[in-house]
Design a protein around this ligand. Structure first.
Ligand code: NAP
Length: 306
């Protein structure tokens, strides 16, 4: 075996699992295809992570978690896992080049932004259409921006984008927000932000870059064109469950079911964070799930030995 425990994904859930497993003296490897941090890497101000009353910058938090895991001997590898299969009482991870063997696996592969699936969305991606306010807001200095969605991401990112843009119009399909009250208050009292309730974007249009969106009123069915320089889409996320689909096929369409120890129906295979059913999708809860899975993996491995 290359490791006792392989953790796939280096977001807060995976990093927390790595810290706990490393400290419990499990030979632990964390495989991440890009930079550690996951979605936290594109969040500049995490205001509700305990212990940081002034808030903390996401990339900084991820870097600290990585350093803590390394202190406990966790090995970090930059590698994309393409498949997982069971073999000889353990697991084989198929990488781009070669294979990797572990006795237990924690899947912490997170989620990707959901698309709205309208004409122009794909065409203008990177040319006015974005899914990351923290990354792209500075490109919209003194420009008009449309934000789609009514959850925490849409509200929080609108507040950030408004620091740069001349105006932000939030287009939401209902007449009330889903996001936290504190963000709602901040959005509704921000002079640069207005809300277009009961509306959806049916098309994104432009020439070389985005120039306008076609809005449809969800109550009347009427349409209108709204000029804009950018469109930020925050309509939720899709969990990256593809990797474990072959092992837990009945969960393939949604999130992954686990027991309270974060173990899937396959002994020794755990799922944590955004890929897991019932996860609250917060940094603090992801960290808790990672810690729980690492401790449960430790018990699982001890029982295997005995
Ligand atoms: P979300 O909570 O699922 O909200 C998605 C929003 O997009 C909803 O308002 C939804 O409308 C709307 N929507 C969905 N599909 C749409 C479509 N096809 N067209 C138009 N609108 C559509 O997603 P999220 O905001 O990305 O948040 C995901 C999770 O992360 C949540 O658990 C959230 O609490 C958490 N999060 C927390 C923070 C924080 O600072 N605490 C920050 C970001 C995210 P309806 O409301 O009508 O369903």
């Amino acid at each position: 075996m290359d490791c006792d425990l392989a953790i796939i994904g280096g977001g807060p859930a995976g990093l927390s699992a790595a810290i706990y497993a490393g400290r419990a003296d499990l030979k632990t490897c964390l495989l991440e295809k890009a930079l550690v941090g996951g979605q936290v890497s594109s969040t500049l101000d995490i205001a509700n992570y305990p212990g940081f009353p002034e808030g903390i910058d996401g990339p900084q938090l991820a870097a600290k978690m990585r350093a803590q895991a390394e202190r406990f001997g966790v090995e970090f590898r930059t590698a994309e896992v393409h498949d997982i299969r069971r073999e000889d009482g353990g697991f084989v991870l198929q990488l781009q080049k070669g294979e990797f063997r572990a006795r237990a696996v924690i899947v912490a592969t997170g989620s990707d932004p959901k698309k709205i699936g309208v004409p122009g969305e794909e065409e203008f991606r990177g040319r006015g259409v974005s899914y990351c306010g923290t990354c792209d807001a500075p490109f919209f200095r003194e420009k008009r921006v449309v934000v789609i969605g009514g959850g925490d991401s849409a509200l929080k990112e609108s507040l950030h984008i408004a620091k740069f843009a001349s105006s932000v119009t939030i287009v939401h399909r209902r007449d009330s927000f889903r996001g936290e009250k504190i963000y709602q208050r901040q959005v509704l009292t921000n002079d640069k932000i207005s809300v277009r309730w009961n509306a959806v974007v049916r098309e994104i249009t432009g020439d070389k870059r985005v120039q306008s969106v076609v809005l449809e009123d969800t109550q009347t069915g009427g349409t209108e064109t709204l000029e804009t320089d950018g469109v930020f889409v925050f309509v939720g996320t899709i969990p990256n469950t593809k990797l474990i689909c072959s092992l837990v096929p009945k969960n393939c369409r949604g999130h992954i079911d686990t027991d309270h120890d974060m173990m899937t129906e396959i002994p020794g295979l755990f799922a944590v964070g955004d890929v897991r059913q019932h996860s609250y999708r917060q940094v603090a809860t992801a960290v808790g799930e990672g810690a729980t899975a690492a401790m449960a993996a430790g018990h699982y491995l001890s029982e295997l030995e005995s």
